[in-house]
Design a protein around this ligand. Structure first.
Ligand code: ATP
Ligand code: MG
Length: 357
C-alpha cells in the first residue's frame, strides 16, 4: 500500500498546525502498526520567496506520487500586493487542477460542548453533523463568459454547464459516504429555474434509484436550503450540490459551529491522492505565537485516513481523541472565549490529542 504522505505546511500558522497533525498521525501509526512516510514540500508565499513559483514542479511531482496531501494554509499580507505577478493562492488552485480534484468535502460538525460559540441558539444547532459534497471543477465558475456593448447596453454573461458524467461521479461519491454515516443524502439544486439543475436532478435521481436504493434520498431547492441551514441544521446528513451553490452554502454552514479552528475539508478526485486542509486561512495575526488551534488540521488528517488510505478505524480514533480533549475542557484561545486564563497552546492541544490516542 502507498502510505507516503506529503505535507505542505505553507504560510502563517500553517507550519505550526501541520506539525501537530503530523505528530498525531505518527501516534496513530505507532498504535495501529502502520508506517507512514512523510515528506515536506513548499507551496504558497514561502515557495514564491524561495523559488519564485507558488507551486514548484518538485512539489507537484511529490504530490502525484503520494497517497495523500496535508496542507496547512497559504497567503498572508507579505504577498498581498495586487500588482504582484504571482500570488500564493495560485499555488493552491493549480495543485487542485493538476490532481483533478472535482469534489470538495466539508464536514460541519458541532461539538456540543462548544455550542455556546454558535451564533444560533444551542437547542437549534446541537447535534449538527453535516457532510457537504461540493462539485469543484464544473458549473458556472468554469463556464463560457464574455462582455459586449457599451453604456447602458454594456452586457456581461457567464454560462452554467454540467454534464451527466460530472453529476454522476459526485453523486456516487456522496452516496457512498452516506452509507458510512446515517444513510441519508440530500441533493440541492435550482431545478425550477435552471436547465443544468434539471439535468442534475434527473441524473442524480437515476443514480440513486439504480445504484443506491438503500440510501434515503431527497432534493431541496438551494433557496430553501439556505433557510433550513439556519432553522434546522441538525436534520441533514450528507448534502451534495454544484459548485456555486456549494460555495455559498458551505460558507454559510461553516458559521454554525462558531469556531473556524475546528473545521477540516478535503478535495478528492476519482483516483490518485486527495488534498486535506483546514478551512481557515493562514491567520497571519497569530502566526508564530504558538496559539493557533491545530484541531481543524488534525481532523483533516482523520479525513485523510478515511478517504485516501482506507483506515476508517484509525480515523475514528483521531476524531474520538479530539472529542475527548474538548470534553476535558481544553481550549486554545480562539475557543476559550471569556476565560483566557486556562487556555492551552498549539503544542499542548496537539500533545493532548496524542495522549488520548
Ligand atoms: P483566507 O486566508 O481563507 O482568506 P482569512 O484571511 O479571511 O481567510 P483566516 O486566516 O482564516 O481568515 O483568519 C480569520 C480569523 O480567524 C483570524 O483572526 C485568525 O486569527 C482566526 N483563525 C483562523 N484560523 C485559526 C486557528 N486555527 N486558530 C485560531 N485562530 C484562527
Ligand atoms: Mg487569509
Amino acid at each position: 500500500m502507498n502510505s507516503s504522505i506529503v505535507l505542505l505546511p505553507g504560510d502563517g500558522i500553517g507550519p505550526e498546525i501541520v506539525e501537530q497533525a503530523r505528530l498525531v498521525l505518527a501516534k496513530v501509526a505507532e498504535r495501529f502498526g502502520h508506517t507512514f512516510q512523510f515528506s515536506s514540500h513548499q507551496i504558497g508565499g514561502i515557495a514564491i520567496d524561495e523559488t519564485g513559483d507558488p507551486l514548484p514542479q518538485a512539489t507537484i511531482d511529490a504530490c502525484r506520487e503520494s497517497a495523500a496531501i496535508l496542507l496547512g494554509a497559504v497567503g498572508g499580507p507579505k504577498w498581498d500586493d495586487p500588482s504582484a505577478k504571482t500570488r500564493p493562492e495560485a499555488g493552491l488552485l493549480k495543485i487542485r487542477k493538476e490532481l483533478g480534484l472535482f469534489a470538495n468535502l466539508r464536514p460541519i460538525k458541532l461539538f456540543d460542548e462548544l455550542a455556546e460559540a454558535s451564533p444560533l441558539r444551542a437547542d437549534i444547532v446541537k447535534g449538527t453533523d453535516i457532510l457537504f459534497f461540493r462539485e469543484l471543477t464544473g458549473g458556472i465558475y468554469f463556464g463560457e463568459s464574455g462582455t459586449s456593448g457599451s453604456g447602458d447596453d454594456e452586457t456581461a454573461f457567464q454560462s452554467m454547464t454540467y454534464s451527466a458524467g460530472e453529476v454522476k461521479r459526485i453523486v456516487r461519491m456522496a452516496a457512498q459516504a452516506a452509507r458510512g454515516r446515517s444513510n441519508r443524502l440530500t441533493s440541492v439544486d435550482k431545478a425550477n429555474v435552471l436547465e443544468p439543475s434539471r439535468l442534475w436532478r434527473r441524473v442524480a435521481a437515476e443514480v440513486m434509484a439504480n445504484e443506491f436504493p438503500d440510501v434515503q434520498y431527497d432534493v431541496v431547492l438551494v433557496d430553501s436550503m439556505a433557510m433550513h441551514l439556519i432553522n434546522r441544521p441538525s436534520e441533514f446528513d450528507v448534502v451534495v450540490t454544484g459548485n456555486m451553490f456549494g460555495d455559498i452554502l458551505t460558507d454559510e454552514a461553516s458559521m454554525l459551529p462558531g469556531s473556524l479552528g475546528m473545521l477540516p475539508s478535503a478535495s478528492l478526485g476519482d483516483s490518485g491522492p486527495g488534498l486535506y486542509e483546514p478551512i481557515h486561512g493562514s491567520a497571519p495575526d497569530i502566526a508564530g505565537k504558538g496559539i493557533a488551534n491545530p484541531l481543524a488540521t488534525i481532523l483533516a488528517a482523520a479525513m485523510m485516513l478515511r478517504h485516501s488510505l482506507g483506515l476508517t478505524e484509525e480515523a475514528e480514533a483521531i476524531e474520538a481523541a479530539v472529542a475527548a480533549v474538548i470534553t476535558d475542557g481544553l481550549r486554545t484561545p480562539d475557543l476559550a472565549r471569556g476565560d483566557q486564563s486556562k487556555s492551552v497552546s498549539t503544542d499542548e492541544m496537539g500533545a493532548a490529542v496524542v495522549a488520548k490516542l
